[in-house]
Design a protein around this ligand. Structure first.
Ligand SMILES: Nc1nc2c(ncn2[C@@H]2O[C@H](COP(=O)(O)OP(=O)(O)OP(=O)(O)O)[C@@H](O)[C@H]2O)c(=O)[nH]1
Length: 319
């Protein structure tokens, strides 16, 4: 070693510290008694606390809002197992409640963080410390959440009927199939109502297609108001609707069928200053072990609906 070496090492250490200080990630070192030993500029800027105010202080006295029990357990496991640990924003959005200053993500108030905890050992292997690296992942978190929201919206749209907001035929039929399979497994009573607007062609022909649409929407509203949250309603065809009633025997499904029939018969539909009156016919069929598949169940309800039409409309039929 030349006499210059210590000065060179000091010099190297100095610029290394300067680099660490100016990294765009949070760096901090905790002693084994959880006092702060290093606090870089990122932490100063985002916490508003200068190094002089934090260094040598217990982390938990500087940040009383930290979840002490949980975080101490994490820190202790890093110290005792000598293994790094990671915390992602999906588990906990942030460790330190710093404001978010990201320009493209003005929608969030707090900075989302990923945190890495690293066990640090002194050259003699005796003194243990923990290094914390805090990453600002606000942009990633916000765009991921926006994407998830958009996907949810898309999947909702793909199973929704545009005119009524009820489930569309494809999705509703999938539910029907699932519920039929559940019935076979559990033998819990499950019923199905198919309903259709009477002489709907006349509404279209005399009042126009838009009036017809208003009638379909109003009927969907009545269905929505009258069913339970566990029931599943869908627009099966043009002016035909299906309702799946979970945990409901036919006798109770008939009560709902009659309530719907009565509500439609007695509630005039306002359309462009006119009061339109319509009626509906309904077929009610409970799931049965004799059905081969869900289509047989649907056919049974359709036969009932057909009989209701044949018997004069504005009524329900159960077979
Ligand atoms: N306005 C409107 N009409 C529709 C829609 N979908 C289907 N229709 C009409 O619904 C009518 C169905 O007529 P039909 O199947 O003959 O039955 P109906 O006149 O209701 O007679 P019954 O069912 O026997 O009482 C047709 O005129 C279709 O054009 C829709 O989304 N909007």
């Amino acid at each position: 070693m030349t006499p210059q070496t210590p000065r060179n090492e000091l010099h190297t250490l100095h610029w290394q510290m300067s680099l660490l200080d100016n990294l765009d990630v949070g760096l901090m070192v905790l002693d084994s008694d959880l006092k702060v030993a290093l606090w870089n500029n990122f932490m100063v800027n985002h916490s508003g606390l200068p190094s002089s105010q934090v260094q040598g202080q217990s982390l938990f006295s500087v940040f009383p809002e930290l979840d002490t029990l949980w975080f101490k357990r994490k820190l202790n496991s890093v110290l005792t197992l000598d293994n790094p640990a990671f915390m992602t924003w999906e588990e906990r959005p942030w460790l330190f409640r710093f404001n978010s200053y990201r320009p493209i993500t003005g929608s969030t108030r707090w900075m989302y963080q990923n945190v890495t905890l690293i066990p640090l050992t002194s050259p003699d292997g005796k003194i243990k410390q923990i290094g914390l690296i805090i990453y600002d992942v606000t942009d990633e978190a916000v765009s991921r959440q926006a994407l998830e929201k958009a996907n949810l919206e898309l999947s909702k749209l793909s199973r929704t009927d545009h005119l009524t907001g009820l489930n569309n035929r494809g999705y509703w039929e999938t539910c029907l199939q699932q519920e039929f399979e559940r019935f076979i497994r559990t033998q819990q009573p499950t019923s199905l109502i198919l309903l259709d607007i009477d002489h709907f062609k006349q509404v279209n022909d005399t009042q126009g297609h838009l009036a017809g649409d208003a009638v379909i929407r109003q009927l969907a509203d009545i269905i929505r108001q009258m069913i339970r949250t566990t029931d599943i309603a869908g627009r099966y065809g043009g002016e035909e609707f299906g309702i799946l009633l979970l945990n409901t025997p036919a006798v109770n499904a008939e009560i709902l069928a009659e309530r719907l029939r009565y509500a439609v018969e007695t509630r005039p539909i306002a359309y462009e200053g006119e009061q339109l009156m319509v009626t509906i016919s309904l077929g009610v069929a409970a799931a049965d072990n004799s059905f081969q598949d869900y289509q047989s169940w649907l056919e049974k309800a359709d036969q009932c609906l057909y009989q209701a039409k044949e018997s004069g409309r504005n009524q329900f039929v159960t077979l």
